[in-house]
Design a protein around this ligand. Structure first.
Ligand SMILES: NC(=O)c1ccc[n+]([C@@H]2O[C@H](COP(=O)([O-])OP(=O)(O)OC[C@H]3O[C@@H](n4cnc5c(N)ncnc54)[C@H](O)[C@@H]3O)[C@@H](O)[C@H]2O)c1
Length: 343
């Protein structure tokens, strides 16, 4: 079987993880990564023996001056690729769409871009099939991905009536916390719903969901609290069984030394996950409570990692190298070591 040639444009927090994950797949080949930077971050790509491309000739000259071995510009990378995963910052990716379209290349954008940029938003366990063979999709943001995963599991078990969630959002990513972020304060978003609720509906308009969000002075991950109106009275076991149907939700226990996001991060490091990444939604089994027909739960989202498996599945869906969602997800899960219990 011919491997799909995948380009990654933007080798930052998400791009470098997508590149590593593509590199692990036996049905994909990383054709190269493209960026505009000249510091240690892009030098890591060279160290991994990935082909490095510069956005244009000016950036290529800068990279060459910085003794970074380049294989060409973005146009060269695109010419040797079947599909592009654009992981450049919010709003920059949208500007690249015309070029991808002109060259007739399939492309995937990330959650910083609007649904309208591709006309399709992706979350593997919910709507893999609708992305099959399309030219483009957008993998929704980290928070939205976690919401779609959890609520889809409840919906598939006919338990979901409506869901209301409060998101505690990390202020900035760890690597750039010297540059900005908030300290000693909590900053609620002025608008309810926060954008994540409507974003969920860009994937599944049938989900009744409203979100509120608070920016908190941490970098590691997000934490969500959810109140769900169930369709009927249910027991905890039934709800747990529903969540179990998602292979990308992992149950954790507060009582097992995991009462916080930093302990969860340490667990990921102990599991030798690359960068301490957690692709799963880590949901507290011993916090989860059902009161008659109401469900309450909390979970942690590793914002830097959760969209990586989704992006790999989106590549398979757009290129149609795997038409079956379950088979794609199983392949992705195995390659990244995704599991429902961490130990
Ligand atoms: N960081 C997260 O937690 C997170 C989570 C989910 C989704 N996302 C989304 O992923 C996308 C990328 O975010 P990120 O956090 O990885 O950003 P980032 O800033 O860490 O990385 C972006 C990379 O793109 C490079 N770049 C900038 N302009 C470029 C250009 N013209 N051509 C090529 N490369 C260019 C930058 O140098 C940088 O290396 C955004 O849409 C974001 O909303 C981010």
């Amino acid at each position: 079987m011919n491997k799909v040639k995948v380009a990654v444009n933007g080798y930052g927090v998400i791009g470098k993880r997508v590149a590593d994950a593509v590199h692990l797949q036996d049905d994909m080949e990383l054709s190269g990564v493209c960026d505009v930077i000249t510091d240690w971050r892009i030098k890591m790509a060279g160290l991994k023996k990935y082909f490095v491309f510069a956005s244009d000739e000016t950036f290529r000259n800068n990279m060459n001056k910085g003794r970074i071995n380049t294989s060409g510009t973005l146009n060269d990378l695109l010419a040797s690729s079947d599909i592009i995963v654009d992981c450049t910052p919010k709003k920059i990716a949208a500007q690249n769409i015309e070029l991808y379209k002109k060259l007739g290349k399939k492309f995937i954008l990330q959650g910083g871009e609007k649904h309208e940029t591709t006309g399709h938003s992706f979350s593997a366990e919910n709507n893999y099939e609708t992305a099959l063979g399309r030219n483009a999709t957008r993998v929704v943001s980290c928070n939205t991905t976690s919401i779609v995963r959890t609520l889809t599991a409840l919906k598939k078990a006919n338990l979901l009536s409506k869901a209301r969630g409060t998101l505690l959002r990390r202020a900035t990513d760890p690597w750039e916390s010297h540059l900005g972020g908030i300290m000693n304060t909590l900053v609620p978003e002025q608008e309810i719903p926060s954008h994540q609720g409507p974003d969920v509906q860009s994937i599944d308009p049938g989900i009744d969901v409203i979100t509120s969000a608070v920016k908190v002075p941490i970098t590691l991950s997000h934490l969500h609290y959810w109140n769900v109106q169930l369709t009927r009275k249910a027991g905890k076991e039934e709800v747990m069984e529903a969540f179990h149907h998602s292979k990308r939700i992992a149950m954790i226990n507060y009582e097992d030394g995991l009462p916080s996001n930093n302990t969860i991060k340490e667990l990921m490091l102990s599991l030798n996950r690359p960068n301490g990444d957690m692709y799963e939604v880590a949901l507290w089994e011993d916090i989860l409570k059902v009161v008659n027909d109401e469900l309450f739960y909390a979970y942690v989202v590793d914002n830097q990692a959760i969209v990586i498996p989704e992006t790999i599945d989106a590549i398979r869906a757009l290129t149609a190298i795997e038409k079956n969602a379950e088979r794609s997800m199983q392949k992705t899960n195995e390659s990244l070591g995704i599991r429902q219990r961490f130990y």
